[in-house]
Write a protein that binds this ligand. Structure first.
Ligand code: NOJ
Length: 575
């Protein structure tokens, strides 16, 4: 215990010293950063995803709300966040927790009102934080008035707003399966036709071949842009169009968690028509001042696929998410190096965007953690995320080292895919648990019983405790974000990977014109000795800026470097 205390004191002195280095660097470099060339704000912004149901409950209702988010803006400002992406907070039956929207131009009553939303935009903007909305264009809720009308009769003017077809051979029109299990077609008893849904049956797909659908959705886009949002995260954007001839999908080997045969989805995903819609959407966005942004939920099979999302002339999505990077799922220097190298040199010359977490995947704390040194690993991953050339995207609680809390039995499951696919698919509740604000009841999220249980680690991994601990994951994120904000090499510098063949250490330079920052990440659990293969012109003297390990403040790069197990180091090259 005493030893632990001594270590904590020693580390806190070290970290405080680093903090001071960063702070003074901030003062001296601010003058340098401000006159840099005017680039769109989103290139150097830190985005932070908020799942509103789980972030902060200002009404003690057990679910989060907009006033809850407003009450935490100072926290976000202090963390260094520039933009918040809020997952859908529109009225919704909440079958898919907001991704089934029943009114695109309002706020769900459990989350607040439009007045609360306006207040959020205003108060966030006052802190230089922008608000990005989630735009679900692929489907609506089955309780949306458009669908209620559409399903009412075959001759209803909104019939063609959705995809209706007769069945075939006493079954659905073709073999397409929903990504959430079983047939993508549901028979509607009123008109005895099937409607199509890529997701849940409660999420009927809109028919994007109908120009009226596009017009209505672009009106929605203008509605929120007029209210001051800085852009949109485009949900399920690759699935807008389907083959009009309903060609069967190729059946692949094996079955998924729901017992359905695996499929390639080649006829109902990634259709080329989406690009025309994206180009038009981009024009709508561009017609507003202030560099509004499009962030894409862009699953693709490879880099080429992903690059298409920027548009041939860079006229589609600004920030397509790279899930090939996000889901590497192991601490592998070669795998990260390969993905980063290809993304940084992408043929579309698109600006990279990096993330590890979102509300659909197991938290990175669990995916990369080894169960023993998870905090150290979380800092290692943060160092990579926040020192790459590109826009980083955080997910709430990531900055605390929040872990997954998966349901323990099917009775605990809320997410319908977890019910359908149990136990192979446990659903996504585990990564959506309440934000951990303090060590009090319900982690300070709400006085009422939260809609999902808090994680077991909330007493140690929460904002209040971590703010006081100079060695915490939270303080590490804060310092990295601050460093990235003030350091021109990290903001604008080129990326150059080093020691291409190294199996344990991911090392790279950021910078140009004889000004560099050097990053070395030891992804192995053993200490590493490494001689960095630096370009001639790079000086061999380096000063430590931040690290998750103990290490000397200056290093001589012409000799071997000793890296701690799982050590992450950011050095400034001293000219
Ligand atoms: C992707 C969203 O991230 C996910 O949560 C949702 O279930 C589907 N799209 C359907 O909207």
């Amino acid at each position: 215990m005493v030893r632990r205390l001594a270590i904590v004191v020693a580390l806190s002195l070290l970290v405080n010293c680093l903090a001071i280095n960063i702070a003074s660097a901030a003062d001296s470099q601010l003058a340098v950063t401000s006159p840099l060339k005017q680039e769109p704000w989103w290139k150097h912004a830190v985005f932070y995803e908020i799942y509103p149901r789980s972030f902060a409950d200002a009404k003690n209702a057990g679910v989060g709300n907009l006033q809850g988010i407003i009450s935490k803006l100072d926290y976000l400002k202090d963390l260094g966040v520039d933009a918040i992406w809020i997952t859908p907070c529109y009225p919704s039956p909440q079958v898919d927790f907001g991704y089934d929207i029943s009114d695109y131009e309002n706020i769900a009553p459990e989350y607040g009102t439009l007045a609360d939303f306006d207040q959020l935009v205003k108060e966030a903007n006052a802190r230089n934080i922008k608000i990005v909305m989630d735009l679900v264009m692929n489907h609506t809720s089955d309780k949306h008035k458009w669908f209620i009308e559409s399903r009412s009769s075959k001759s209803n003017p909104k019939r063609d707003w959705y995809i209706w077809r007769d069945g075939k051979d006493n079954g659905p029109p073709n073999n397409w399966n929903s990504i959430f299990g079983h047939s993508a077609w549901t028979l509607d008893p009123t008109t005895k036709q099937y409607y199509y849904h890529f997701f849940y049956p409660e999420q009927p797909d809109l028919n994007w071949r109908n120009p009226a659908v596009k017009k209505a959705m672009f009106d929605v886009v203008r509605f929120w842009l007029d209210r001051g949002v800085a852009g949109f995260r485009l949900d399920a954007i690759t699935t807008l169009f389907e083959d009009p001839n309903l060609k069967d999908n190729k059946v692949l080997a094996g079955k998924n968690a729901y017992g359905d045969p695996n499929m390639a989805n080649e006829n109902n995903d990634h259709s080329p028509q989406i690009h025309e819609v994206l180009r038009e959407l981009r024009q709508v966005i561009n017609s507003y001042p202030g560099d509004r942004v499009l962030v894409g939920e862009t699953y693709g099979k490879d880099l080429a696929d992903l690059c298409l999302m920027y548009g041939k002339n860079g006229d589609e999505i600004h920030l397509p998410m790279n899930f090939q990077f996000a889901y590497i799922n192991k601490l592998s220097a070669p795998d990260f190096r390969a993905r980063i190298d290809e993304w940084d040199n992408n043929p579309a010359k698109g600006w990279p965007v990096y993330l590890f977490n979102n509300h659909d995947c197991v938290r990175s704390y669990n995916r990369y953690g080894d169960g023993v040194q998870n905090d150290q690993i979380a800092k290692l991953m943060a160092t990579m995320l926040l020192t790459l050339r590109g826009t980083p995207l955080l997910y709430y609680g990531e900055e605390l080292g929040m872990e997954n809390r998966d349901p323990r039995s099917i009775d605990e499951v809320y997410d319908p895919i977890g019910k359908l696919g149990w136990p192979k698919e446990k659903g996504r509740d585990g990564e959506r648990t309440p934000m951990q604000w303090n060590a009090d009841t319900n982690a300070g999220f709400s006085q009422a019983k939260p809609w999902l249980p808090v994680t077991a680690s909330y007493k140690s991994h929460n904002v209040a405790v971590e703010e006081k601990d100079p060695n915490s994951i939270l303080n590490y994120y804060k310092k990295l974000i601050q460093l990235r904000r003030v350091n021109p090499d990290l903001r604008e510098g080129d990326y150059k990977s080093l020691n291409a063949g190294d199996k344990s250490v991911l090392a790279y330079l950021r910078g140009k014109d004889n000004s560099y920052v050097l990053v070395a990440l030891n992804m192995s659990k053993s200490a590493q000795k490494i001689r960095l293969q630096l370009p001639e012109e790079v000086s061999r003297h380096a000063k430590l800026l931040i690290s998750n390990a103990t290490g000397s403040q200056t290093v001589d790069l012409s000799s071997d470097l000793n890296l701690d197990p799982l050590g992450a180091y950011v050095w400034e090259i001293v000219r």
